[in-house]
Every structure is written in C-alpha cells, then in structure tokens.
Ligand binder design. Structure first.
Ligand code: SAM
Ligand code: SF4
Length: 462
C-alpha cells in the first residue's frame, strides 16, 4: 500500500530539506524488549489523512517483520511519532507528545522513541540534538532502512510475521498519489512529501479488494493533489481510476481527497454522478476569495474560475456537498482582500470550511514575505469566518429536514443512538436501538444543526 519515492527538491529556498536517510543516536542504550515476547510498538499520528494512511501502512510493515503494532503505550517497547509540519501548532503538539513520552521512556531502560512524517524530513537529524531522548528519525517514504535496523536489533525476539487483528474499520484511506507538484507559496508539503508519484490502477484496485475482504465498506482515494492522478502504466486519470474501484464487489462507497481546482475536470464530476459508489461530496480547497491574494499564494486560478468550476460540478452532481479549506491572515492580507474571502463564502455557501490562521513555514516562498497580520487580527478574522460558516452550515443542513438520506452506521453513542455519515459526508444520528455498526440505512431527517442531522424512520438498505 506504500507510495515510496524519493524527494526531489523544488526550490533553492528549501535546500536544507533533503531526502532523509535513517538518522540514529550513536551513543544510546541498547533497546531491550521484555524478554520472551515479540516487541511491541506504540504508533501515534497527527495531521492530515495521509498520516492516517501512513500509520496503517507502518502497522502492516511492522507486523510483517514480527512486531506487534498499535500496542498501548504502557505495554510498548518502542514509540513511533508520525508527525505533521503544515502549521507551527501541529509541530508544537508533536513536541508536547514527545514530552509526555519522557517518563514512559525512563520508566524502563531499553525503551526507544522514533520520529517520522513531515517534521522528520523538515528538521532531519538535527532533531536528535534538539531532543536528547529521541533515538531515531526516518523518512516514512523510505522506511526500509528503519525496518532493517529494527529487525537487526530485535532479531532474537522475532518469530515471523504477526497476524493483525481483523479491522473494525468500515472506512479506509487508500493513497493513490504521493507528493505535490504545486508550489503554493505558504505550503511546506511539496518539500517534505516530494514530487507527485502515482500508483498504478492495478495496485489501488488490489488494495481496495483486500480492504473489502477485511470488512471495509467505504474508501477514500487519497492524494495531496488527487485529481492530478495519472496511472504510470496506462495513463488513466482519476475518473478512470474511480471507475475501476467502483467495480470492486462489496464496496459501498467511494470518496476522494484532496482536489486542486486546477485539475477539476468535467469527467470527474460525471464519474461522481454516474458511478454507483461515488459519494456526492467534493472537497475543493479555495484558500482565499480575492484574486490578488490567490496570486500571492500562487494558486493559479481566479475567483471567477473557481466559481465556474463549482457551478459545473453542482449542475452535474445533484445534492452534492461542497467543502473547502481557507487560510485567514496570509502575508499582506488587507481588509479588502479578507472581505473578498467573506464574500466568496456567502456566495458559494460551502457545507464545511476547514479554516486555519496563516502559519509561516520556513523554507517556503511566503516565508520571505512579512508575517504582517498581527496574531490578534488573524484570530479575529478566523473567528469571524467560523461564526459565518456556522450560520451557513445550519441553514444548509436545515434544507435536509424532511428528506431521506443514506447513512452508513459507524457506531453507537453513549446514549444508545447510532451514528454515521450520509453520502454527503454529514454526521447523522439514528434513534436508539434502530441500527448497528456496519449497516447501511435509509433514514428521514427530522431535525438539523450546523454539525449534524437527527433522523427517524429507519429502513435497512444493506
Ligand atoms: N492540497 C490541498 C490543496 O490544494 O489545497 C491541501 C493540502 S494541505 C496539507 C491542507 C491545508 O492546510 C491547505 O488546504 C491549507 O488550507 C492549509 N495550510 C497549508 N499550509 C498552511 C500554512 N502555512 N498556514 C496555514 N494553513 C496552511
Ligand atoms: Fe500544499 Fe495543496 Fe498547494 Fe500542494 S496544492 S502546495 S499540498 S496547498
């Protein structure tokens, strides 16, 4: 399931962000697992869906070489942190988690801590100087060296591949393209994830078959820029890939994330409309609602172009939910530019907006410009847009009252009500006792808020 390819540097600004070899502390205590059992690994991740997928992938690789992955921390010999570098506060959370691990590590000699993910590539082996109790830093796309090191260190305790317990997941992320060739000026992803690299249609379909066999019913095809997917063998694009995945027997739903507006082609919307499993949900990050701001972000589209794409998408896919990402307080963002973003939100009326305050990322082009919107003002703008979005989401969800929705039930809440998601990706609750996890139901929306739909009149669909 891995998308493992070397990083190519895209900008002299990022010369320090090199492909990362396994880095380890030279003088450290030997790692000693509890005698007489396979070593146990605690995996922790933060950040985007790609890290979620990397977590699953590392768990499989560790199990293949005889480790027990996803152990509770108290029981673990090794902790692996899968990190995010997209914003400064994500990095702060990683340092916070690392601090939490210190008493755990000191409690029993022989425990070790490894760090991977975007912060690993961003800071490289300098993390070993900064964090004296850190033992390894490795590149999640080049994990073979780390796995070989673990195999050598623990050889005596390894007893062949470990069977992973059956997944209780109904939904899974399937990476289809790694890296990103866009160069949005604020974003560190192209530096830490490298150039775009697609997997073949056959590899993706094989993964989906395997997941369905293990009980998964919904897959999300994943990439930082998923709609620039191009099969290296056949040249197939995302619509053709979706068509192949749709044909997997036993799969109920398919989504895809994240699309750059640049490659949102009509064939994509037609695939969303026509394919049995394709859900009516489009995540199309806009980032800002002002042409000059978009130019400074190097997003390569105008507001008018973005509007024309969503017009076409909405005309093609009935009942489509539209979600987006927006950054508030980017370098030099004026009141007038900010007003443009607010106007865009009022005009488009997104179902969900992932809002973030601009965070300077060293090495990016925007880091050379002043971070001149004061923190308090960024917060004000962010809160203003959050409040606006809450209103819009409540209004949109209210239009679902009285209508039927399809709910894939994911679990049962403490109060006995079943919960899951609609095809549009909205959280929906069903009456207590009406449904169990793993079931597909048709339900009628009785009430709605900005965050969820409350449903009645349940009828099992599968
Ligand atoms: N590839 C997607 C796209 O085309 O927009 C987004 C992937 S990025 C990992 C997820 C989101 O993080 C972006 O859409 C953007 O809103 C946000 N983001 C990235 N860099 C950021 C920064 N320096 N400060 C604040 N938000 C940032
Ligand atoms: Fe970052 Fe997305 Fe732009 Fe790529 S397209 S540079 S991941 S914001």
């Amino acid at each position: 399931m891995r998308v493992v390819k070397p990083v190519a540097l895209l900008s002299p600004d990022a010369a320090h962000l090199r492909p990362l070899q396994l880095a380890e502390r030279t003088r450290r205590q030997p790692i000693v697992p509890v005698l007489g059992r396979a070593p146990r690994v605690h995996l922790w991740h933060i950040g985007c869906q790609m890290n979620d997928a990397d977590h699953e992938d590392l768990a499989e690789q560790l199990a293949d070489i005889g480790f027990v992955p996803d152990a509770a921390l108290d029981d673990a010999d090794l902790a692996v942190l899968i990190t995010c570098a997209v914003r400064q506060n994500a990095e702060q959370k990683v340092y916070g988690k690392f601090k939490e691990l210190l008493p755990w590590k000191r409690q029993r000699p022989g425990r070790a801590i490894a760090l991977t993910g975007c912060m690993g590539v961003e800071h490289g082996s300098s993390l070993l100087d900064r964090l004296p109790e850190l033992d390894y830093v490795f590149d999640v796309r080049e994990s073979d060296g780390f796995m070989a090191k673990l195999q050598a260190l623990y050889a005596a305790d390894l007893d062949g591949p470990v069977a992973l317990p059956a997944s209780d997941r109904l939904s899974a992320y399937v990476p289809v393209i790694g890296g990103c060739n866009e160069m949005c000026t604020y974003c560190i992803v192209p530096f830490v994830r490298g150039r775009e690299q697609s997997r073949t249609v056959e590899q993706v379909v094989e993964d989906v078959h395997g997941l369905v066999e293990r009980g998964v019913r919904e897959v999300t095809l994943l990439g930082q820029n998923v709609n620039s997917y191009r099969c290296p063998r056949s040249g197939a694009g995302l619509p053709e890939l979706m068509c192949a995945v749709d044909a997997v027997p036993g799969l109920w739903r398919m989504r895809f994330l994240t699309s750059h507006p640049r490659n949102a082609v009509p064939g994509l919307f037609e695939a969303m409309r026509d394919l049995r499993t394709a859900c009516e949900q489009l995540h199309l990050p806009v980032q800002a609602g002002d042409d000059e701001l978009l130019r400074r972000m190097r997003r390569v589209y105008s507001v008018a172009h973005y509007m024309s794409i969503i017009e076409r998408a909405r005309a093609t896919v009935p009942d489509m939910a539209l979600t987006t990402d927006i950054i508030a307080g980017f370098s030099g963002e004026t009141e007038a530019e900010f007003a443009g973003t607010e106007r865009l939100m009022r005009t488009v009326r997104f179902d969900t907006v992932h809002l973030a305050a601009y965070s300077v990322r060293p090495g990016t082009a925007a880091a050379r410009r002043p971070d001149d919107v004061p923190a308090e003002e960024k917060k004000r703008r962010l809160n203003h847009l959050l409040a606006l979005q809450r209103e819009i989401a409540a209004e949109i969800n209210a239009t679902w009252v009285g209508r039927d929705v399809e709910v894939l039930v994911e679990g049962v809440a403490a109060d006995g009500r079943a919960y899951g998601r609609t095809r549009q990706g909205k959280v929906a609750y069903l009456p207590a006792g009406a449904a169990r996890a793993g079931e597909l139901h048709t339900a009628t929306v009785r009430a709605a808020s900005a965050w969820q739909l409350d449903c009645t009149a349940v009828q099992a669909a599968a």
